[in-house]
Design a protein around this ligand. Structure first.
Ligand code: ADP
Ligand code: MG
Length: 674
């Protein structure tokens, strides 16, 4: 019996060339095949008589080939095989496009089952390219059939075959991670049956049970993993921070804090005084002032004679935070340093030494903070900004550098609190649900492409007034996995150069080296550009107060929450700001979604509407939450299952199920590299 870790090439029929194509899809082992879950299913069980067929339905027909198939060459590269199929009620005309082998495969007088979409008109019924099998040996018809996400090199049919083979040779060696009593309590089927039925369901009930079991397992392992991270942290006692005089900090602020900011700060301080390491998520809409919550915590930490670190996903953000926070904190006696990848080796060494000697109180940086092995003399607090870009394990890596620092995570992805608890199950949650007063509303418009000339006219006016403009265009999709945003961006840029010959147009795309990307974004931030064209790379919080317009092309392709994040890039200065969503889509759903953007500026509401209208799949966009990708469970629709899985996880005694705990930890660390 083969193992899950066995290479695909163990399957007869998969040699190194084909294996290469599978690997491109992320399928390397038999286990990968087993978790390549169907995208949907076709119910191929209904058989109808030809006379009873109606136009547009997809069903099975059972009949005899009534005459020898004919071949017609329509033109080079288009051959038709046509054949009449008859049952006792009528005749079905069947056409196969470019499947010349069907001519030999179909023999008159033999009975076949054909599954396909019916076309019915005055002249009778027909089907094109149906799934066709001999009626005496059906394998793909007469049952519920899986449809897999396929690729150019690996067909649907190939995948069905490979998965079936994988099930056959290693179905018995799939490990069972759910304890017997959990399966019993929650009525979950055994693992082998689950995998068999998720791929080749015996019937609807078996499919439901398989899905429920596998989704439960996924959520259960996630909960177990997060729980053990949490327990581990809570078993580490830390020295409780003492009260400190915060008035110098508050007095230095040019504004009064919002109630929400005050509440988050109080919650964080209470954690840091508790003697158990803080592990808190501060969640708030763009512009809600998360940075100040972080700054207060940093100041508090430094007053307790500890060092603090702030980790952000890009150099540019690091520099912006450095500029604003050192302006605030340096006069208060906090020694601030910036450590990013582009700092020279000599400066890095120097900063590292000063950090190690506690001559620096507060370091702001990118991944370099982790990768360059910075040693702190006494690290008391780690803040990570825009947390979705860092995985759970990455947070862990930095945390491990101190004894057990407090951790504050800031996120601008507003998600409902109950959900936040599951997604960030290892964290406590504070919510900044209030914007600072006097924020002007960003005027949002949804228009069709016909308006482009007027939009350009408007942009010109804004730029003439000295403002800057963002334009976002979506990636060009090329097949399932690859996307080419370079092309989209470059083509758009050359169009715009014709429209605005006098303007400085910058562009960035995902295929650029991050260094080049940062260079261009910094130039834009410094005012050395009028228009910045990009895909969604500007989503992460860069701050250009002078930018007043955000234009999003093909707005229908973005999730609402994503649009909201993009919109948050403008309206950061004193200028009235605008968001223009361009879409030619006439779909009702698109219009509804864009209307939400036009009518509300509240991120939590946008998130809720996003969920309601678009479903959970798109909610997080790409895997932004730093958790392992869920292959089958759905955090939004499987709420009941999630609750059960969390309860079961809480009752699990880890000592009795080391394999389950180990698996949970493995899965969690996969999320870190996402
Ligand atoms: P985000 O939550 O998106 O990270 P920031 O922390 O960047 O938001 O804050 C956005 C802007 O609001 C900054 O310019 C900041 O100085 C300002 N700000 C923060 N708190 C307040 C407040 N209480 N009153 C007025 N302005 C504030
Ligand atoms: Mg921010």
């Amino acid at each position: 019996m083969a193992e899950l870790s066995t290479d695909l090439q163990a399957l007869h029929g998969i040699g190194s060339r084909r294996a290469q194509l599978f690997r491109k899809m992320g399928l390397a082992t038999l286990g990968d095949l087993l978790t390549w879950f169907p995208r949907r299913y076709e119910d191929r069980r209904t058989v109808k008589e030809i006379a009873a067929l109606s136009d547009g339905e997809t069903v099975c027909v059972r009949g005899f080939v009534a005459a020898p198939p004919t071949v017609t060459r329509v033109r080079d590269g288009l051959d038709l095989v046509q054949v009449p199929v008859a049952d006792r009620s009528g005749v079905l005309r069947v056409t196969f496009f470019n499947q010349l082998w069907m001519k030999a495969a179909l023999s008159p007088g033999t009975e076949y089952v054909l599954y396909g979409k019916v076309e019915r008109n005055l002249f009778g019924c027909s089907m094109s390219n149906p799934v066709t099998e001999r009626a005496d040996s059906p394998s793909e018809t007469g049952r519920i059939w899986p449809i897999y996400p396929a690729s150019a090199g690996v067909s649907q049919r190939m995948l069905c075959w490979a998965v079936r083979e994988a099930l056959r040779i290693c179905g018995g060696s799939i490990p069972e991670f759910l304890p017997e009593e959990v399966r019993h309590t929650y009525q979950l089927c055994p693992v082998k049956a689950a995998y068999e039925n998720i791929h080749f369901p015996a019937d609807d009930t078996a499919l439901q049970e398989a899905r429920r079991r596998l989704a439960f397992e996924e959520l259960f392992l996630l909960a177990v993993g997060l729980q053990s991270v949490r327990q581990q942290r809570q078993s580490d006692a830390v020295e409780a921070f003492a009260d400190a005089d915060m008035s110098p900090f508050y007095n230095a602020l040019p504004f009064t804090l919002t109630d929400a900011q005050r509440r988050c700060i109080a919650e964080a301080f209470a954690d840091m005084r508790s003697g158990v390491p803080m592990n808190r998520l501060c969640q708030g809409d763009v512009g809600s002032g998360k940075t100040m919550v972080a700054a207060a915590c940093v100041y508090y930490c430094v007053q307790n004679a500890c060092q603090a670190a702030l980790m952000v996903p890009t150099e540019l953000l690091a520099r912006q935070h450095y500029d604003s926070l050192s302006a605030l904190l340096t006069p208060l006696g906090v020694r601030v340093a910036l450590l990013t990848g582009s700092v020279s080796a000599k400066d890095k060494r120097d900063i590292r030494q000063r950090v190690a000697a506690h001559e620096v109180d507060f370091v702001i940086g990118t991944h370099a903070l982790i990768s360059d092995g910075v040693e702190f003399e006494n690290l008391g607090l780690v803040v990570t900004d825009e947390q979705h870009r860092f995985g759970v394990a990455q947070r862990g890596a930095l945390n491990a550098k101190g004894r057990q620092p407090h951790v504050l995570v800031m996120s601008a992805t507003p998600i409902p609190r109950t959900l936040a608890l599951s997604v960030y199950g290892d964290l406590d949650v504070s919510i900044l649900d209030e914007l600072p007063p006097g924020r002007q509303k960003i005027l949002t418009y949804a228009v069709s492409g016909d308006y482009r000339p007027r939009v350009y006219g408007f942009l010109e006016k804004q730029m003439a007034a000295g403002r800057q403009v963002y334009i976002v265009c979506p990636m060009v999709e090329e097949g399932a996995a690859v996307s080419d945003d370079r092309k989209a961006v470059t083509e758009y840029a050359s169009e715009l150069e014709k429209v605005f010959p006098e303007r400085r147009i910058l562009s960035v795309h995902g295929r650029m080296k991050s260094k080049d990307k940062e260079r261009i974004m910094s130039a834009f931030a410094a005012g050395d550009g009028d228009i910045l064209i990009s895909t969604t790379v500007i989503e992460v919080g860069i701050d250009v107060p002078n930018a007043s317009v955000m234009v999003v092309e093909n707005a229908e392709r973005f999730g609402l929450s994503q649009l909201h994040q993009l919109r948050g890039r403008v309206g950061r200065g004193k200028h009235q700001s605008y968001c223009i969503l361009i879409s030619d889509s006439r779909a009702d759903e698109t219009r509804q979604r864009l209307r939400v953007m036009v009518t509300t500026s509240d991120g939590f509401r946008v998130a809720e509407e996003d969920l309601r209208l678009r479903g959970p799949g798109d909610f997080f966009g790409e895997r932004q939450h730093g958790l392992p990708p869920l292959k089958i469970a759905n955090l939004f629709t499987d709420t009941e299952l999630l609750r059960e899985a969390r309860t079961a996880a809480a009752e699990l005694s880890p000592e009795r199920y080391p394999a389950t705990v180990k698996r949970a930890a493995e899965l969690l660390s996969q999320g870190a590299t996402a």
